[in-house]
Design a binder for this molecule. Sequence first.
Ligand SMILES: Cc1ncc(C[n+]2csc(CCOP(=O)(O)OP(=O)(O)O)c2C)c(N)n1
Length: 344
Amino acid sequence: MPNNNLQNYNPEFLARLYHDMVLIRRFEERASELRNAGHIPGFLHPYIGQEAVAVGICAALGKNDFIASTHRGHGHILARGGEPKHMFAELYARQDGYNRAKGGSLHIANIELGIIGANGIVGGGIPLVVGAALAIKRANEADYPGTEKCAGGVSVVFFGDGASNEGSFHESLNLAALWKLPVIFVCENNLYGEFTSQEKHQTIKDIASRSSSYNMTGLIADGNDVLDVFHVMTTAVDNARKGNGPTLLECKTYRHRGHYEGDMAHYRPKEEVEFWMAKDPIDNFGKRLMEGSLMKKEDFQTVEDEIEKTLVDAAEFAGQSPHPDPEEALENVFVESYEGRALL
Ligand SMILES: Cc1ncc(C[n+]2csc(CCOP(=O)(O)OP(=O)(O)O)c2C)c(N)n1
């Protein structure tokens, strides 16, 4: 069983974790610049500060697994293998975006990568992964045609502390526990739901404690320590794959920026921000890799240079991608007919 000790891991794996966290951070910084330069319409919800969660969780997943994401989802998609060029194209609302401009920043989905959708509806992804987990369970039991491809998989949802107050959260945990589904509910507790601090929107400190209402395993990880997240997630994934049912995994973390791009986040005390900035997941993991002689000073620059090139190329690709044809607007839109009449 892996743990938090660097020496227990393959150096390439550790370097990959570091790389992926830096990729997410630089992607988000560049997205913010591109939005301010007028290339990206709509809201952006930066993931900066929470990178260790997406990377640690996705590193414990395999090909047959599913994730669902949130309005703050770029990090999840990148950690699951999303390509920056198709992500920027989606953010630019262009044809080469993952969803041909129909999703935008908040709704990227890609079934090939096992991403069943990011979601602008807070808590919206939680019931979706319960459905995916039911398909996995049926596939494992081989009694339901069409589900073979997801056999052996697990289903994972990311959501925030705010979402853990919603009905969809409680209903989903209840059903997943009752049916012993292979789901991991990953709560990224960044201490704020929009502009409201956790103590002003719920009475509990540990959201993982809500697992006890559903007779479900609850675990807590240091969400700013990528190895701790990976280690705790591995336990949850093993349990789900063995048929032992779901886990509520709370990752304690912090977003460095405001709720969305442009929010100055004046509602946060200075000391709190300083405390969490000192726990920066990338700086601290980089220091550990240096101290453990797993990366040298020049290796960090190589990572930065490679990512810079990827992002410059990706933004250029997005800028050159055509705008979608208005004729396509109603493609992929499904509406039930009413008394035999199509509604569209
Ligand atoms: C159902 C629903 N209610 C309200 C909103 C408006 N809203 C957008 S983000 C957000 C806060 C979500 O907080 P949290 O779940 O903690 O996620 P975080 O933003 O911290 O990542 C709210 C209330 C929404 N998008 N959907």
